[in-house]
Design a protein around this ligand. Structure first.
Ligand code: GLN
Length: 475
């Protein structure tokens, strides 16, 4: 597709005056406009972006200090609070909401000179795997307009594939960075839980939510993670970043122990995806990696476990949208209670309502033990199995998705079909481990395929090194 030059190279050109930050922002805005038919973008921040770019250019001319992302345009999923535009989470209930503060990650990126140019489409509140749950419009896959880009960060992944910016931000609660990255042929990373502050990002499932970069190449993601990660007093779950940062170097695969997840190579996975995964594994072996099959028996229950814990947390997080404080409010109601009911009834879409109902049910006193508590037990079992596996191997690998990008409308009528798209991504969120989707060729229909790599918690640096090394094998 349409790739930008590596971020390091772009920043160098901005700093030595070869290209201006204003040029880069204009290039990004013009790409957004010329690809508007894909409907990846909800809003643009033209004025504020050009103003920031001008400031950076002036500062460079005066010999001032600019950051490691000087002049780099980026696109944030529309569930990040960013000054200068509405934040809607693609939901009618937040239409018109202007954030009074900004996400920590946006502040950190801006401090280093990055410029937010647009907000990307998503499944409303990040509930979904196709962007078809957006209350506004459906984003189209850059490789085939009749297909979905994946979700919920479908707008972000499509934007990077279409060359709208060198990087985009996504959120991943059950696969929403990795699955659209796989469907759009770009690199996407879900870091270790807690490595990137969630402050100022609209909460979905608070024990699962992670923020990460979507880029054209691994090296770009390393730079972005380096800037975004680390402790933040506004998010108590944050952990310190790696002392060495994330700018890794290539590694020798000799002696690297890689476990292939047995449960991800079974029934229900397209043969073309299995073949692509096997070819990658052969490549790894050829390069000297010690590869063996690893079984994690509780993976069979991961999806069911996720679709109890996630809605439980969603039902709690969505309770704040009651029409009294944010966005849409039904003013015709005669009592406060009716105002809640009407606002939520009209403002939330079908999927948000489904999750509120399921979540409230699994947390209710009669069913808590049977559903929520059991799901939490399975989650612990899964964490133990991952820990055991990582005592034996350095990384776990497998496919990202059971299929390539599906047709628009193919699954949207049946929520269970849609949920199945997440079968190989939710485990990383339940266990908190870092995971990436690395492009791994194309199907016969010329649709991108992703390769998933997971590492133990806090081994994000090693994970990026391996991803970069594998990427270099296929260049
Ligand atoms: N597709 C999953 C869901 O709908 C994951 C969403 C996400 O990661 N935000 O819950």
């Amino acid at each position: 597709m349409d790739q930008w030059e590596p971020i390091k190279q772009l920043v160098k050109s901005v700093k030595n005056g070869k290209v201006s930050a204003v040029n880069l922002v204009e290039r990004s805005l013009s790409k957004i406009e010329s690809n508007s038919e894909y409907k990846a973008i909800i809003s643009t921040l033209k004025q504020s972006a050009l103003k920031r770019a001008t400031e950076i250019d002036e500062s460079i001319k005066k010999g001032g200090k600019v950051g490691v992302l000087a002049g780099i345009p980026f696109i944030a999923k529309d569930n990040f609070l960013v000054f200068g535009a509405e934040t809607t989470a693609a939901s009618n209930i937040l239409k018109g909401f202007i954030p009074p503060y900004q996400a920590t990650v946006i502040n950190r990126l801006e401090e280093q000179g990055a410029i937010c140019v647009a907000k990307a489409n998503l499944d409303a509140f990040a509930h979904g795997a196709s962007t078809e749950n957006s209350d506004f419009f459906i984003t189209k896959n850059p490789y085939d307009k009749t297909r979905v880009p994946g979700g919920s960060s479908g707008g972000s992944a499509a934007a990077v594939a279409l060359g709208m910016a060198p990087f985009a931000l996504g959120t991943d609660t059950g696969g929403s960075i990795r699955q659209p990255s796989a469907f759009c042929g770009v690199f996407g990373m879900k870091p270790t839980y807690g490595l990137v502050s969630r402050s100022g990002v609209i909460a979905m499932g608070s024990s699962l939510d992670c923020i990460g970069p979507i880029t054209s190449r691994v090296e770009d993601a390393e730079i972005i993670l380096d800037v975004m990660s680390g402790l933040d007093e506004l998010d108590a779950t944050t952990i310190a970043k790696d002392n060495l940062g994330y700018g890794s170097s290539l590694i020798s695969l000799k002696g690297t122990k890689i476990g292939v997840i047995k449960e991800y190579l079974g029934e229900g996975v397209d043969s073309e995806i299995l073949d692509a995964t096997q070819s990658k594994i052969i490549e790894l072996k050829k390069a000297g990696a010690e590869v063996k099959e690893v079984s994690l028996p509780s993976l069979e229950y991961a999806l069911a476990c996720y679709y109890i814990i996630c809605p439980a947390e969603v039902s709690s997080n969505l309770s704040r949208y009651d029409g009294q404080r944010y966005g849409y409010s039904d003013r015709s109601a005669e009592s406060l209670f009716d105002s809640y009911v009407n606002t939520r009834g009209k403002g939330f879409g079908t999927e948000a309502k489904r999750r509120i109902i399921i979540g409230t049910f699994v947390l209710s006193s009669g069913y808590y033990d049977a559903y929520y508590k059991k799901a939490m037990t399975v989650r612990t079992k899964l964490i133990n199995e991952f820990n055991d596996a990582f005592n034996d191997v350095d990384f776990l690998v497998g496919p990202v998705t059971p299929t390539t990008a599906f047709k628009i409308g193919e699954r949207s009528q049946n929520p269970l079909d849609m949920y199945l798209a997440d079968v190989m991504t939710v485990a990383a969120n339940l266990t908190g481990v870092p995971a990436v989707s690395l492009p791994n060729g194309f199907s016969k229909e010329k649709l991108p395929i992703g390769f998933q790599i997971m590492a133990p918690q806090r081994k994000d640096r090693d994970l990026l090194s391996l991803a970069k090394t594998i990427e270099s094998l296929s260049l």
